[in-house]
Ligand binder design. Structure first.
Ligand code: SAM
Ligand code: SF4
Length: 472
């Protein structure tokens, strides 16, 4: 979500004549787009702001801004802790940045633009969290073949550990036709894969005003036939909203990737209740079973929080058991970080010591790594379809004259590296998987003749028809 916000901010400033620089010394305007999901992310911003203090003193004409979730959360505290900051701008006010820069230059005074607190009237609060997504800038994306598209903003779930509902506001879905137009625009710019974004993307619903209510499954069907788009992914899913109509859409629409990120957070019912996740471990297991039954070959990943208030060894063991049995492709594992302003912080003591959180984090990671390796090894010997994203980290260091190491992803979001010409970036190719680690598959690109034979294969999905012959 923050990557997309940064892309949009750069897009709007480019329209004002700004250019992007990676050198702080060259910049006229310096922005930090921030996260406040965990304390560590905030600490990093405050120390980066501290390092900038001397630079700003020497160059008072430069404009320094703090944007996003931490701006919305800390508000005036930012100006107290870092008085050299000129702009504090929350997630829902980013469209106002050009105006705020102008006001700083005109008045020499700090400017603050924040959305309303959620205790105000719902309608007013909603209006204060604006989305200005149409301002796209292809040059800001890591590659022009893939793009994020926001379909809903905010969140109404209020999990007790989570700051997102306060800093990103109420859940609001965007009009399906606006989303469809954005996807068409991206496709016209050469984009092949869109990743639909929402804090709880599968809670998407839009009342069309004529009795029809569009759900995520309807939206997927609506954008599916956009010419040029080969793949559609969506993140992040809320377990309770993983409905059968959505799974049917994933099964039946060939461009929709068979990959679901569905965070569970914990597999202990007492902890889930304290987290206010609205489901039990049993419900989550049943949902996993339903996903695998209805969508053959689907890859599933998850998030876990370890060391939440009251988590005992026995409750942690329940999460460990789920990781051992669930067959997740991967999991993101976080140590609980108390967030002032959340119910969890107000109601429960942060009673799991830091070293215990650290150990549980490492233990769960070790189990998941073993399971991810098993999941990857399963694919050795298979031929997979890969959308090439560009040179891998190693490839970037290699000479550009010969083949270099490229990286891309399968439809199930598995990362694959293989050798090939850099010009292949953006093409969809077939790769024979030869080796696997817990995080990566290694293989050889299928040559022209082999691809020709492949076109006749009965198991090809409709998406595979766009495979170009690789130029080796
Ligand atoms: N909306 C998504 C969902 O419901 O799963 C996740 C949004 S949150 C930005 C991403 C992940 O951060 C969560 O899944 C959770 O694992 C983690 N997270 C959120 N608040 C946290 C906290 N206070 N401490 C540690 N991890 C946290
Ligand atoms: Fe946070 Fe829960 Fe909303 Fe996800 S569903 S953003 S974890 S409150």
């Amino acid at each position: 979500m923050n990557v997309l916000d940064s892309e949009l901010v750069v897009g709007s400033l480019r329209r004002q004549g700004y250019e992007l620089t990676h050198e702080v010394a060259d910049a006229d305007v310096i922005f930090f787009n921030t996260c406040s999901v965990r304390q560590h992310a905030e600490d990093k911003i405050y120390s980066a702001l501290g390092r900038l203090r001397g630079h700003k003193k020497r160059h008072p004409e430069k404009v320094v801004g703090v944007l996003g979730c931490m701006a919305q959360k800390d508000q005036g505290l930012i100006l107290k802790r870092a008085p050299h900051v000129d702009i504090v701008c929350g997630t829902g006010q980013l469209a106002r940045l050009p105006e705020l820069i102008g006001a700083v230059r005109d008045t020499g005074k700090p400017q603050t633009a924040l959305s309303l607190d959620r205790t105000e009237g719902r309608h007013e609060v909603e209006r204060s969290f604006e989305s200005y997504d149409p301002l796209r800038d292809p040059s800001m994306r890591p590659n022009r073949f893939q793009a994020y598209v926001r379909i809903n903003i905010g969140c109404d779930k209020f999990c007790t550990y989570c700051i997102v509902p306060s800093v990103r506001g109420p859940e609001q879905s965007r009009h399906p036709e606006v989303i469809a137009a954005e996807v068409r625009q991206l496709a016209a710019e050469g984009c092949k894969e869109v990743i639909l974004l929402g804090q709880t993307v599968n809670s998407y619903k839009y009342d069309m005003g004529d009795g029809r209510r569009m759900r995520l499954s309807d939206l997927l069907a609506r954008i599916h036939d956009t010419a040029g788009i080969e793949r559609i992914k969506f993140v992040t899913n809320f377990p309770k909203d993983m409905t059968d109509d959505l799974l049917e859409a994933v099964r039946d629409l060939p461009k929709v990737c068979r990959y679901l990120h569905v965070p569970v957070q914990s597999a202990c019912d007492e902890i889930l209740k304290r987290m206010k996740r609205q489901y039990t471990a049993g419900f989550y297991r049943e949902m996993l079973h339903r996903c695998r039954e209805m969508v053959p070959g689907v890859a599933i990943s998850s998030d876990f929080i370890v060391g939440f208030c009251g988590e005992t060894e026995a409750s942690f063991e329940k999460s460990a058991a789920l990781v051992r049995e669930a067959g997740f492709k991967n999991s993101f594992i976080f140590k609980y970080s108390p967030r002032p302003g959340t119910k969890g912080h107000e109601l429960y003591a942060d009673d799991v010591p830091e070293e215990v959180k650290k150990r549980r984090n490492n233990d769960l990671l070790a189990i998941q790594t073993k399971m991810s390796l098993a999941d990857h090894i399963r694919l050795v010997g298979e031929r997979v379809e890969v959308l090439i994203e560009g040179p891998s980290k190693n490839g970037l260091k290699q000479s550009a004259t010969g083949p270099i190491q490229l990286t891309g992803r399968t439809r199930t979001d598995h990362i694959v590296v293989f050798d090939g010409n850099e010009r292949l970036a953006g093409q969809t190719v077939m790769v024979d998987v030869q080796e696997a680690s817990a995080f990566t598959l290694y293989g050889n690109i299928v040559t022209g003749d082999q691809v020709g034979a492949l076109f006749c294969g009965p198991e090809l999905s409709a998406g595979s028809q766009r495979i170009g012959l690789p130029l080796l």
